[in-house]
Design a protein around this ligand. Sequence first.
Ligand code: BGC
Length: 928
Amino acid sequence: MPHLTHLRVDHLENPLALARRSPRFAWRIDASDSEAVAQLVYRIVVSTSKGEPVADTGWVASADSVAVSVPGFEGEPGAEYEWDLSVRVGRDGEDTEEVHSRGSFGIGLDSWDAPWFEPQQEPVVEEGPLSIGPEAFAEAAATAPLAERLHPPRFLRQAFTLGADPVRARLRITSQGVNSPSLNGAPASDGVLAPGYESYQHAISVHTHDVTALLHGGENVLGVVLGDGWYAGRISILGRSAQYGRILRATWSLEVELADGTTTVVIPDDTVRSSRGPIDWSDIFIGERHDARRTVDGWDAPGFDASTWQAGRVLAAGAEEVAVALVPFTGEPIRRVRGLPVAGILSTPAGETVLDFGQVLAGRVRMTVRGEAGTVVRLEHAEVVDADGNFLDNILGVNKDQADEYVLAGDPEGETWEPLFTFHGFRYVKLIGYPGEPRPEDFTAVVIANDLEQTASFASSDARLDRLVENTVWSQRSNFLAVPTDCPQRERAGWTGDLQIFAPTAATLMGVAAFLDRWLANVRIDQKAHDGVVPIIVPLPPAMDDPEPVSDDDLFNIRAAAGWGDAITIAPSALYRHYGDIRFLADNLEAMRAWVDHQTASAAEVLPRRLADADLTDEQRANHALLWNGPLNFGDWLAPSTLEGGEDEFQAMMKAPLLTAELTGPLFQILSLDLLAASASELGENELADACHEHAGKVRAAFAAEYVEADGRIHPDLQGIYVLALAFDAVPADRRQAVVDRLVELIHEAGDHLDTGFVSVPYLLDVLWENGHRDLARTLLHQDTAPSWLYEVDHGATTIWEAWHAVHEDGTVDRVSMNHYAFGCVVDWMMRRVAGIELVEPGYRSTRIAPDLDGRLDRCEAHVDTPYGRLAVEWNRQDDAAWITVTVPVGVTAEVELPESWSADGDLTLRHGVHRLNARRQAALVTA
Ligand code: BGC
C-alpha cells in the first residue's frame, strides 16, 4: 500500500516559524518497489491551528511533489497552520488509490515589538590586528592575561506567574551575542550557539521553540545565558574582537496560551535580573574557562533568591543600539549531532598526555573528572601530531588558542563538564593537570554542526575511495556550522569561493536547501551594502570591510574576486538543480545580475596591470574593455606547482593570484553570464537571457583573441587555466583539440598528477572525461602520490586538507588546516561518473544512470536521497559481464546509459521500482 512520507514545508519538517509567508510544499510517495506507482493528482488544504480551512488547491492533475505552491495562501506572521495532503496514485498504470497525510508549519514574525534586555557587564575588550596582512597569521603575541582580556558570560533570570497550565507555548528569542535559554531549569531547546552567525549589523534571526511541556501554572522562570559568540568575540582571519558590538543584549517573547483560552506574553521588563555565573570567559576562538566552584544551583528555577542579582537596562525595540531587522530563523539549528569516544590515549615522546579521537572534527570535549576543589584541567586542541608523534598546534594566528579550562568544584562523585559557547577544530586534545589516570570513558568529543540530514552514500571495491567520500562528509559537517566556512579552526569564515567550489557536492551529500538559502540571504545583504560586489567572505566581518591597504598588489586588498563573488551565480544554480525549487533562481536573480553588472563595468574600466603601459591596438583595447581581467583576485588559488620553490610562504601563495588572476577573471565572467542567462530563461525573462547570451559571446571572442594562441597555448601554461577555458567553453572550435592536447601533455609532464588550484579543480575530471580522456580522469582519481586525493587518504586523512601535501612523505606536518572542504568537490564527480547517478532535470526528476563499467572498480553501491525519494545504484562487474540494480523513486525517470562497448537487454528508461539489468561487454568494441 503506497503511503506519503517526508512532508516538508520550505524543505523543513513541521517548521515553527518560516521566513516566507507563502511557502512551498513537498512530499514523497513510498511504495513497495515492485509496484510502478505514479502520482496522478494531489490536493492540499491548509487550515488554521483551530481547524478552519484557509486555502485549498482543489484536485490538481499533476505528478509534482516538490516545491509545490498553494495559490492564494499567504500565512499570517506568528500564526501556525496544518496542511492536509491527499494524493491519488496509479499502480501499474491501472487501479488508483487515495492516500493522505498531514503536517504543520508556522510563519515567523515579520516585525518585532518586544524590548531588549541589557545586563550590567564589562564591555568586550577591543583587540586584534586592524588590517589584514601576514601578521594576522603570525604566531599570536602574548598580550595581557586572558582574565583581563575576556569577561564572564551573563546569566539572566526572569520569574513570571501563569494562571494555569499552558496548552501551547512558544519562546521566540535572539541576542546580540550567543544565547542558551532554559525554562524552570530545563533547556528550552536542544540547539547550541544560537542564533548562529549572520550579517548582524543588518539582520539577526530569531529562533522559535516549542516550550509547552516546560511550563506550568504558578511560578515559572526563564533563564538565558549570554555569551560573546561571533557578535563580540574573536572571529575571522584577523582574530579580532567586538566586530559587531561590545555589549551583549537579548530579546524574547514567550507566548503562552492557557487552557482557559487566554494568552500571556512574557517579554523583557524591569523584573529581569542578571549575574555572572561559573563561566569565567567563553570565546569561540580562544576557548572557555569554567570554574565549577562558582556554580549557582537553581538559578533558573522557581524559588531561587535573586535579591543580590543586578537590574539592567530595558531598551525599547528599535532603540539605536538594537536598531536592526529581526527575521525568523528558518532551518536546522546548530546541535550536538554526535559523540565520538576516545580512540586512544597517547603518552607522547615529549611526555604529554594526548587524547586521540581518531577523527578530525568540529566540536568540543565533554569530560568527567574527580579531584580536589580548585584543581585546574586544561584541554588544548589540535588536528595533528607531528612526525615524532608529539602534539602539534597546527593553527596559526592571533587569538586562535583553542584551549578550554575547567576548575573543579571537588565533588567526590565526580563532575561532568562540556563548554557552552565555544567549539574547536581538532582530533587531538592535550590534557594538562587532569587529576589521576585519565580513562577513555571519561571523554567524549561532542560534534556540533547545523543538524543537516546526510543524503548520499558511496561504497565501492576500493576502500580508499569510500574513505575519501567519508572524509568529505566530515569536512562538510565540520564546516556547515552557522555559515559555510573554509575551516573550523583558523579563519572559520564564510569564504564565498570555498562554498561555490563545493556547492554541488554539498547538495548531494546533505540537505543544505534551508542552510544555504539562509546564507544566500546574507550574501545578498552584504552584496547590497557593497554596490553589487559580492564580498570574498559572507558575513563580511566589519573589520575587514575597509582594512587599510597593505601594499599595491597585495593579496589582502582583494575585494571582488573571480571564483569567490561568482558564488552568487553558481550556488543558487546548483541548489535549483538539486532541489528543483525555482525560488533559488527567482530570489537571487537581481543579485546575480548586480554581480555580472559589476564585472561588466569593471571590465570596461580597468586594464590588466601587465598592459598598463603597453601600446595596444584599437582592437586589443576593445577586447580588454570586454574582459574582466583588471583587478587582482585569488586566481587559481593554491595551484600546487605555484607553491613550489624556496620563497617565503606568502610569496609562494601570491604566485597563483599574480600569474592567473588575469585569466580566471574573464573565465568566471563567462560562467556567470551563462548562469545568469540560464536562470533568466528558466524564469521567463527572455530579454535578459538573450542579452547575457549575446554579451557572453562577445567576451568569449575577446578571450580567444587575446589569450588563446593558434597552437592552443594559453599563458600562463598551467593546467587549471586550460581546464577552465575548456569547461566554460572559452576556446574556439578550431583550437579546442590543441587546447585539450596541451592540457593532457601538462598532466603527463606532471607524472599524471593534477596541478589545479581551488577554482579549477572542480572541473578537471569532467573536462578530461568530456574531451576523450576518460582513462586519464580515472588515473587522476586513483593517483596516490601527491598531489592527489588518495595521497591524503593514504597519509591518514580523516577530513579534506587545505593543502595536498599538508602531511609530507617523511611525516612532517605543515601548520595548515586539515579540514577544508574545497577539494572534496571531487565527490560530485564520483557520484556522477563512477557510481553513475547524474541529475539531468532539476530535482533529479530525470536522471541519467551511467555507471563507469570501464573504470577501475569491480563494485559500487551509491544512493542519493533526491527530493522525490531514494535513488540508488548498485553494480558489480566481472570480466565482460556486469549486473546493475537501479532503485527509482516515484516521480523520477532514470535513463540508463552504458559506456559505448557495453549493452544491456530490455528497456533502459526506468520509472518507479527496482530494476535489475544484465550488461555485457562486446569484445570487439573494447576501446583502447
Ligand atoms: C582560506 C581559504 C580562502 C582563501 C582566499 C584562505 O586563507 O582558508 O579557503 O578561500 O584564504 O584565498
